[in-house]
Write a protein of this length. Structure first.
Lengths: 186, 186
DNA sequence: GTCTATACCCTGATAGAC
DNA sequence: GTCTATCAGGGTATAGAC
């Protein structure tokens, strides 16, 4: 998991994994028939960790559903800072690194995106009263993922969190504009 | 250029390039000392082609600066459709594939993003009268890139243009909200 | 189930004749 | 400048003793 995140899938060799995990070749291949099976297991682990490893820590002490969305983005900001702006979303990076992924792999990436946007959608459902009735909540949730991924990409390429911050500020403007518009109409 | 786009940098071998280009090893290495030099040349070619290869065709017959932004996004939509939703932005994909890029490579990726956002910024400058005076045009231009990259990533992962379309629709809402807010204030 | 040793292939890069 | 042949190293995966 760590090596695929740090170096990417293609650039991580089995030998890297064996030495990092202090496991021997025979043992690894006993449990995982091939390298791709390891990738699938990693993606499943990310998928199952969205709640306990990502959302719960990010949302501790925060109740407002819209603020939870920005708290999650703040968590990514912290990851960017903690890695000297070389952070890449592990799922997004794999999604772009693997050009013709095996269907099994692509399905696991989809499950990760689905789980992430479902959590955002829940927040939006809870804030429904403050949002335009016509707003497509699913599309808005996907948009948050869109912005996060695009912002992480730029922060990393420029090695500068400010690119992430500016994108999040624009997203904030977007949400404020949505609520303002409703107020105007009322 | 084509192979790096189709397969990624790491998964494209020199042998692939030699057979695709009908060139022999000795000739290639005469002009390009190593594989990375080929990558740098490709990135420079993309950078220099932003105007003639990307913007000019996308903007033919379109004068309104805000519509030019969405015309550019429509061009990406066409690329997604033409590739059966396996399209990846060549720069964005490299930005996430290469985890510790050589400074020379990273600088070329930055130049590509800079050139792209500068063009969007020009559009926004031209539409300045319709936008809130307080709007940070540079940040808004970067936001368009953010959305494009995030939307392309999802369309590809889900193999479904609808994810791209929904993200662009949200961006449209964002721009409309910006102009509406100004109208309200006037 | 775990160990070491290794098969076999493909990689980027080079040598040296022409 | 271009050609063919090849090198040295590292890649995934396997064999077979224990």
């Amino acid at each position: 998991m760590e090596l695929f995140w740090l170096k990417g899938y293609g650039s991580t060799s089995i030998a890297d994994i064996l030495s990092r995990s202090q496991v021997n070749s025979g043992s690894l291949y006993h449990y995982f028939p091939g390298k791709q099976d390891l990738l699938v297991a990693v993606l499943e682990s990310y998928r199952d960790g969205i709640g306990p490893m990502l959302l719960e820590p990010a949302w501790a002490g925060i109740d407002d559903p819209i603020e939870r969305i920005f708290a999650l983005l703040a968590k990514y900001r912290q990851l960017i800072v903690d890695t000297d702006c070389s952070y890449g979303c592990p799922i997004g990076s794999l999604a772009l690194e693997l050009h013709e992924p095996d269907p099994v792999v692509r399905e696991r990436m989809v499950q990760n995106f689905d789980g992430w946007t479902a959590a955002i959608r829940d927040c939006l459902e809870q804030a429904k009263g403050r949002l335009p009735r016509a707003l497509d909540l699913q599309a808005a949730a996907e948009f948050v993922l869109t912005v996060m991924e695009g912002a992480v990409m730029q922060a990393r390429t420029y090695r500068d969190v400010a690119f992430f911050d500016r994108a999040v500020a624009q997203l904030r403007t977007y949400f404020e504009a949505l609520t303002v518009r409703e107020t105007v109409g009322a």
